[in-house]
Design a protein around this ligand. Structure first.
Ligand code: C5P
Length: 232
C-alpha cells in the first residue's frame, strides 16, 4: 500500500462525474465517492467507475448496530470497492462486525478505515452535545486506538494529526487526510489546511483532494501537481 492522491468526486450526478473523469486519459486517479453521488446515482456508479480502471474509496461512514453494519459491508465487498469507512463512535464491536462483513471468502478485504470525530465537531460541541469532556486530540487518539484494536486499517484525520496517530497506533496504521490545499490557493471552507508536500512530510498515507482539482481550470494538471508533490 503506497502513498496516493484520492480525488473527492463531490458531483451531484453520474453524467457530471463521468465527464470529469473522461479528462484523465493517462494515470487513472483513485476516486472518492461520497454520500451525495452514491445516493443520487446508486451502486451502478461504482461499477462504472471501476470498469474504467479507477480504484474507489466509497465514503459512506456507516454507523448502526453491529449486525446491520456487517450485512451492509458484505454488500459493499461484493461491489469490489477498494476502501470504505465507518464511524469509530459505533464502538469496537460495530467496527469488528464491519471488518467481518467486508472480509471476502478468500480472506482478503478492501481497506477499512474509521472516522474518529468529524472535523466539523468542535471541542465545545463535543462537550455540550455529545457530553464528552476530554480534549479533542485525546478523543481522536483514543478512537484511533479503538479502530486499531477492532482490526481496521486506519483513520480519516487532519494531516496535522497524522504524526500523532502514527505515534499512538504505529507507522503501518493508515492516515487518510482531507484538508489539502496548494500553497498559492484559497482554503474554501477548510480551516486547518496543509499542502500536499507538507502532508507527505508529516506522514499522511493518502490525501483526499476535492475542489483544488475538481474546480481547477485544468484538473489533470492540478492532479498531476498533487501527485508530484505527494507521491513522487
Ligand atoms: O474540496 P475539498 O478538498 O475540501 O474536499 C475534501 C473532501 O474530503 C470532501 O469530500 C469532504 O467531505 C471530505 N472530508 C473532509 N474532512 C473530513 C472528512 C471528509 O473534508 N474530516
Amino acid at each position: 500500500m503506497g502513498r496516493d492522491v484520492i480525488i473527492a468526486c463531490d458531483f451531484a450526478s453520474k453524467e457530471e462525474t463521468l465527464t470529469f473523469l473522461d479528462k484523465f486519459t493517462g494515470r487513472k486517479p483513485f476516486v472518492k465517492i461520497g454520500m451525495e453521488l452514491y445516493y443520487a446515482a446508486g451502486p451502478e456508479i461504482v461499477k462504472e467507475i471501476k470498469a474504467r480502471g479507477h480504484q474507489i474509496f466509497l465514503d459512506l461512514k456507516l454507523h448502526d448496530i453491529p449486525n446491520t453494519v456487517e450485512k451492509a459491508m458484505r454488500v459493499l465487498a461484493k461491489m469490489d470497492v477498494d476502501m470504505t469507512n465507518v464511524h469509530a463512535g459505533g464502538t469496537i464491536k460495530m467496527m469488528e462486525a464491519a471488518r467481518r462483513g467486508l472480509t471476502r471468502e478468500d480472506g482478503t478485504s478492501p481497506i477499512l478505515i474509521a472516522v474518529t470525530q468529524l472535523t466539523s465537531t468542535s471541542q465545545e460541541s463535543m462537550e455540550h452535545d455529545l457530553l464528552i469532556e476530554r480534549p479533542i486530540a485525546e478523543v481522536v487518539t483514543e478512537y484511533a486506538k479503538n479502530t486499531k484494536a477492532a482490526g481496521l486499517d486506519g483513520v480519516v484525520c487532519s494531516p496535522l494529526e497524522a504524526g500523532l496517530i502514527h505515534e499512538a497506533c504505529g507507522r503501518d496504521f493508515l492516515t487518510i487526510t482531507p484538508g489539502v490545499r496548494f500553497a498559492d490557493a484559497k482554503a474554501d471552507d477548510q480551516s486547518r489546511v496543509t499542502t500536499p508536500a507538507r502532508a507527505k512530510e508529516i506522514g499522511s498515507d493518502y490525501i483526499v483532494v476535492g475542489r483544488p482539482i475538481t474546480q481547477a481550470e485544468d484538473p489533470v494538471a492540478a492532479y498531476e501537481r498533487c501527485v508530484k508533490e505527494f507521491v513522487d
